[in-house]
Ligand binder design. Structure first.
Ligand SMILES: CCCCCCCC/C=C\CCC/C=C/C(=O)SCCNC(=O)CCNC(=O)[C@H](O)C(C)(C)COP(=O)(O)OP(=O)(O)OC[C@H]1O[C@@H](n2cnc3c(N)ncnc32)[C@H](O)[C@@H]1OP(=O)(O)O
Ligand SMILES: Cc1cc2nc3c(=O)[nH]c(=O)nc-3n(C[C@H](O)[C@H](O)[C@H](O)COP(=O)(O)OP(=O)(O)OC[C@H]3O[C@@H](n4cnc5c(N)ncnc54)[C@H](O)[C@@H]3O)c2cc1C
Length: 699
């Protein structure tokens, strides 16, 4: 067996007709008509001007006992893959901002092809391959192929369909994308206009719009369309559709496909060929409808299987779950840059002419930066927990237990929303924390922001997703009286009566150091906000009308619930054994910072619901200040622990060795504008103007 085959077989093992016609022009006439984490604590207070290049080698060679046990196999894999990518010139990315769209895209194709070659040559495992793509750090069609096309077939295809399509996809003999969103419909999936029908008749057009990888690369797509058989609608389903010839890559008859154009930022997400797609009388075999949820017989009859139809949305649940862990990565990256730079940067200070103060020592800088550092850790832990929840629900589904699906949907939707919004805001805050230099492309922050910010929109607009959480919470509250006991992340609601009455016991600042006190405050706030919404809703005759009217309050209640989940998972993590001297204490401090900073930011909720008093709020704030002083000595170690290579960070400000100023100067000279001392355009535009002024002056 060749190495490639061995790898691919392992991969497969480790993962789990009749003419039909597709069209999204509605004037068609045939069958399916588609329309590891390290924390080497420093004892020098992290006040080093960041070490030299030579130091980098020794400091990074960390001891086993320093290592946290959260992701044991992951750290080694991640570390190896980061270095592999960093040392390979094909994966160079420092020139991205200077490339035209065409050059950028071709370069991404080159990187993806090279990555695939290395994956085969080195017989990388699935985990290694995925880490490698992560460190290549460039949005590409492969994200959608592996992240959505393959999971859609696995989740919604029958065994037979999986056996047919997955081997082709695993060997990249076909490349696929996830084509759901249309020009006119994204959030409202049930409202999609693309139809797959035996007997279509209308004459409007609709286009698929947005799918990544669709524009220029994908040969296939899982297309989502409303199924129509025997003149009846049967909801939205996924269909595997070949888009391009496997011989010459030309679109197949009836298919119009292309890129939708430049997106936010210059380099950024423009490496991705988000696409537009139009079907006109496209025929596909009947068995290319993904039929795990519903089967269409040869005669065109629909047979519902025993799995809930929401499984059709399963790929989105899967990706939302991965997005939460990704949020931690993006956030930790921005925080790493801002923290290291804050230790290098000095402004103001002693009046006697001594050295100026490192900006990281200003309390305002700490109060903006350290909660973001704490959030990076918090999102990592909640991401790990969510992975567990997702695996759990997947196993239950296989055993025909669908009971936890609504909670899995609410958790993935809510946490995706919470963590991506917080991360997008945090990256921008990190840019500001770096002052003027943060605005330079070479700081790495503008591009990180531009690449990251669409996460608030894709895989579900964040507000739309919070409204899903709110629906789930309102349902839970409405069932409290019926004897149905809430479980999982809503278990606290079983104590609603107590939590509605409870009084916070804090009397002095240190009382905020008790996890039970923090948890109770967050539980009481969430329950009170949910119950208040439910009470307001009950005053409406039409619940849907009420839901629309109260949606802003419902979103806030959903946020309160999701923040409680993050806080509680951080606290749970700390109940586990965490190896490494002093590591647990540092994480405890970060946990309190995460919770108390949220409390401070959402004080209105806590006070208006009577969960805490103004005095207790003020004590929490006092305590928060003292916690910042405790993080300060280890701040650099806490970001070094993310173990990012300089290549991955891609930031002059966040360099491991702290050699910021000489490198900023060096970078500036690399700009093409500096290729010539006198700029192009001088003769045509500057010189005549100057001469003109001279003439005027003489007159
Ligand atoms: C190297 C490997 C990399 C791996 C990672 C790669 C990832 C790459 C990352 C990023 C690249 C970007 C890629 C982007 C892709 C996309 O954006 S794809 C398109 C995503 N689109 C959306 O997310 C649309 C958002 N809209 C929806 O999800 C839904 O339609 C809705 C908002 C939930 C609609 O709600 P509505 O109530 O109208 O829906 P109904 O269909 O009527 O639902 C009825 C009931 O079902 C429940 N429900 C809804 N969704 C789900 C679900 N997903 N799971 C389970 N249950 C669900 C809903 O709550 C209702 O329940 P109820 O009847 O009990 O109330
Ligand atoms: C970079 C990027 C990559 C993408 N990749 C893909 C892909 O690979 N495949 C794919 O199929 N799609 C993809 N998409 C599309 C994406 O999934 C949708 O854009 C997303 O789901 C949001 O839907 P929308 O654009 O319809 O937003 P809209 O729903 O039109 O949202 C517009 C505004 O209306 C508000 N709103 C909408 N409905 C409600 C409501 N019920 N109540 C209150 N407020 C509401 C929203 O909060 C938002 O403020 C991608 C998008 C981007 C930006």
């Amino acid at each position: 067996m060749s190495s490639a085959q061995g790898f691919l077989n392992d991969w497969v093992e480790s993962r789990v007709g009749l003419g039909s016609n597709i069209s999204n022009s509605r004037n068609t006439s045939v069958s399916y008509n588609i329309k590891g984490c390290w924390i080497p604590l420093t004892d020098n207070g992290g006040r080093r001007s960041l070490g030299s290049r030579e130091e980098q080698g020794s400091v990074r060679c960390r001891r086993d006992e320093d290592r946290l046990g959260w992701f044991p196999p992951h750290f080694d894999v991640s570390d190896r893959m980061a270095r592999l990518v960093a040392s390979d010139p094909v994966f160079r990315k420092d020139n991205r901002a200077m490339l035209s769209r065409k050059e950028l895209f071709k370069n991404t194709l080159r990187k993806a092809a090279h990555a695939w070659k290395r994956i085969i040559e080195l017989r990388l495992s699935e985990e290694e391959a995925s880490e490698m793509r992560f460190y290549v750090d460039e949005p590409a069609f492969t994200d959608l192929h592996w992240g959505m096309f393959v999971p859609a077939i696995k989740g919604q295809g029958t065994e037979e369909q999986q056996q047919k399509w997955l081997p082709l996809a695993y060997k990249m003999q076909i490349i696929g994308c996830y084509a759901q969103t249309e020009l006119g419909h994204g959030s409202n999936v049930q409202g999609l206009e693309t139809t797959a029908t035996f007997d279509p008749e209308s004459d409007e057009f609709s286009f698929i719009w947005w799918p990544g990888g669709l524009g220029k690369v994908s040969t296939h797509a899982v297309v989502y369309a409303r199924l129509i058989t025997e003149g009846q609608e049967h909801g939205v389903h996924g269909f595997i559709v070949q888009l391009r010839s496997l011989d010459d890559h030309m679109p197949l008859p009836g298919i119009t496909v292309g890129d939708i154009g430049m997106k936010f930022g210059t380099g950024a997400y423009n490496t991705m060929d988000n696409g537009v797609l139009r079907f006109d009388n496209v025929r596909i075999p009947r068995n290319q409808m993904l039929m795990r949820v519903m089967r269409v017989t040869r005669e065109g009859k629909c047979v519902q299987s025993n799995v809930p139809r929401q499984l059709i949305y399963g790929t989105m649940v899967y990706v939302r779950q991965t997005i939460v862990s990704d949020a931690s990565s993006a956030l930790s990256r921005a925080v790493c840059i801002a923290t290291r730079y804050s230790a290098v940067r000095r402004q103001f200070g002693p009046q006697d002419g001594g050295v100026e103060t490192q900006v990281i020592d200003y309390k305002t800088q700490q109060s903006r930066l350290f909660p973001l550092l704490a959030s990076a850790y918090a999102f990592r832990f909640v991401g790990e927990w969510l992975k567990w929840l997702y695996l759990d629900v997947t196993q239950r589904l296989q055993a025909n237990d669908f009971s936890t699906l609504p909670e899995a949907h609410a958790c993935t939707a809510g946490l995706k929303s919470l963590t991506t919004s917080a991360t997008a805001d945090a990256i921008e805050e990190c840019r500001k924390l770096c002052g003027g230099h943060g605005y330079l492309s070479s700081s790495g922050l503008p591009e990180l922001f531009a690449v990251y910010v669409p996460a608030c929109t894709y895989e579900g607009d964040n507000v739309v997703l919070l409204l899903q959480v709110a629906r789930f919470l309102m349902k839970t509250v409405s069932q409290l009286g019926s004897g149905k006991k809430p479980v999982g992340t809503t278990a606290y609601m079983a104590r609603a009566e107590d939590l509605l009455q409870s009084r916070c016991s804090v009397q002095k600042a240190e009382d905020w150091l008790k996890p039970s006190v923090i948890l109770e405050a967050f539980e009481a706030r969430a329950v009170r906000m949910c119950v208040a919404c439910a009470q307001s809703l009950s005053k409406f005759q039409n619940p849907e009308e009420g839901f629309l009217e109260l949606s802003a309050d419902l979103v806030e209640a959903a946020i309160a619930h999701c923040q409680l989940i993050v806080v509680s998972k951080f606290i749970e993590k700390l109940q586990q054994d965490i190896p490494g001297k002093g590591v647990k204490q540092q994480l405890q401090i970060l946990c309190y910072i995460y919770a108390l900073n949220l409390l401070h930011k959402h004080l209105g909720d806590f006070l208006s619901t009577g969960c805490i008093t103004p005095k207790q709020a003020s004590l929490a704030n006092d305590h928060l200040r003292s916690l910042y002083s405790k993080v300060r000595p280890n701040a650099i170690a806490l970001v070094d622990a993310f173990n990012y290579t300089d290549h991955f960070l891609g930031s002059v400000l966040g360099r491991y060795d702290g050699n910021v100023y000489p490198k900023l100067y060096e970078e500036a000279w690399k700009d093409p504008l500096n290729d010539s001392v006198v700029p192009d355009g001088y003769q045509e535009y500057i010189r005549p103007m100057l001469k003109q002024q001279l003439r005027n002056a003489r007159l």
